[in-house]
Ligand binder design. Structure first.
Ligand code: SF4
Ligand code: SF4
Length: 315
C-alpha cells in the first residue's frame, strides 16, 4: 500500500551540509521544476493510489517558488503534509505556511552557532533561532530535526536541554550513509536510547533496533520503498527504487496512477531491498514506512511517543 510521497520540489539548496550530497551536484540547480498544473495532476494520482502523507522535500523546499500554492493544493486533496527547512527563508514565509503544514521540521545540528554553521557550511544558526521565535508568535508547532553523527553525538544531552528550554520537539535522526559518507556508529545507539524517555524528545525506536541489527538484509529485506513510498523528482520523473539509489527515472506525463499498474513497477516492487546496494542500508526516509512489519511493538510505541510529544504545549 502506498502511504507516503517524498515529493522533491527542488534540489536547489543554500546550505552545504556535510552528511548530504544534494548541493554537490551542480546539475541539481538547473532542473526544470514542476508547474502547479503538474503538481495538481500528481496529487490527484497520489490520492487515487491511496497516499496519505506528502513530504514536500528538497533541497531547501522553500526555494521552490510554488511551495505555498502546492501546499494549498495538497490540503484541498486532504493530504497530511510535512516539510523540513533549513530556516533560511522560514521567517518570511511563516504566516503564509500556517495551517498548511501538519508537521514542520527545522534542521538543527548543534546548539552552538559556530558548530551548526560549520556542519551546514552556511550562516543559518541565527535564522533557526529567529524561526523558533516566529513559531511561538504565530502558535505554529515545530520539531527540530537533529542529525546525529559520530562527531556531534557528544552534545546530544545539550540538544535535548535546548529543545526543552525552547519547548520544541527534538527528533533525533541517526546519520545514514549513501554516498560514501560515514554513518553513525552502532555503538552510539545506546546514547540515543538514553534520551528517548525525556520530555520533548522523539526517537524512532524501531529504526534504532534496525540499525543495531545491521540494517536492510537483501536475503530478507525490510525495505518497502517502492511499495510504501512514491518518489517524484523536481523535473517530474518517478524515481525507482529510491531517491538515494535511483536505478530508473520514468517521465511522468499526467500518468502517475497508470504507471503504477505497469509490469515495470510491479517488478520493482518485488525487487526492492534486494539489490546489492541495499545490503546494510539504513536510509531513514524509506524505513519510516517499512519497519511496522519487522518491529511492530517498537514502531507503534514510537508513533504513540511522537503523538504524545506533538500534543505537548509549545508556547
Ligand atoms: S539543508 Fe538539507 S538539502 Fe540542504 S544541504 Fe543540508 S541536508 Fe542537504
Ligand atoms: S534498501 Fe535502501 S537502497 Fe535499497 S531500495 Fe531501500 S532505501 Fe533504497
Amino acid at each position: 500500500m502506498k502511504l507516503l510521497c517524498n515529493y522533491y520540489v527542488t534540489l536547489k539548496c543554500n546550505a552545504k551540509c556535510e552528511f548530504c550530497n544534494i548541493w554537490q551536484d551542480k546539475d541539481n540547480f538547473h532542473l526544470q521544476e514542476q508547474s502547479l498544473t503538474e503538481i495538481e495532476n500528481n496529487l490527484r494520482a497520489l490520492k487515487r493510489l491511496g497516499v496519505k502523507i506528502i513530504d514536500f522535500t528538497g533541497g531547501e523546499p522553500l526555494l521552490y517558488p510554488h511551495l505555498v500554492a502546492a501546499l494549498h493544493l495538497a490540503k484541498k486533496y486532504g493530504f497530511y503534509t510535512t516539510i523540513t527547512t533549513n530556516c533560511s527563508l522560514y521567517p518570511q514565509y511563516a504566516t503564509r505556511l500556517k495551517g498548511l503544514v501538519n508537521m514542520l521540521f527545522f534542521s538543527l545540528q548543534s546548539t552552538e552557532e559556530t558548530v551548526h554553521n560549520a556542519i551546514t557550511q552556511a550562516n543559518l544558526f541565527d535564522k533557526v533561532i529567529e524561526s523558533i521565535k516566529v513559531t511561538k508568535q504565530i502558535k505554529q508547532k515545530v520539531s527540530l530535526l537533529h542529525t546525529v553523527t559520530n562527531a556531534n553525538i557528544k552534545d546530544l544531552a545539550k540538544m535535548v536541554k535546548f529543545a526543552q528550554k525552547n519547548k520544541c520537539v527534538l527528533r533525533i535522526n541517526p546519520c545514514f550513509s549513501y554516498f560514501g559518507n560515514v554513518e553513525l556508529a552502532k555503538d552510539f545507539i545506546a546514547q540515543i536510547k538514553k534520551q528517548s524517555e525525556k520530555s520533548y524528545v522523539v526517537v524512532n525506536l524501531a529504526l534504532l533496533k534496525f540499525i543495531e541489527d545491521g540494517g536492510n538484509q537483501i536475503n530478507n529485506p525490510a525495505c518497502q520503498a517502492v511499495n510504501s513510498t512514491v518518489v517524484i523528482s523536481p523535473d517530474n520523473y518517478l524515481i525507482l527504487p529510491c531517491f538515494h539509489h535511483a536505478l530508473q527515472k520514468i517521465k511522468i506525463e499526467n500518468n502517475l496512477y497508470e504507471l503504477h499498474t505497469t509490469k515495470k513497477i510491479k517488478d520493482m516492487e518485488k525487487q526492492v531491498g534486494k539489490f546489492t546496494f541495499c545490503q546494510d542500508c539504513k536510509i531513514t526516509c524509506y524505513m519510516r514506512a517499512s519497519l511496522l512489519k519487522k518491529y511492530p511493538y517498537l514502531t507503534i510505541k514510537s508513533w504513540l511517543q511522537s503523538l504524545k510529544e506533538m500534543m505537548r504545549k509549545q508556547t
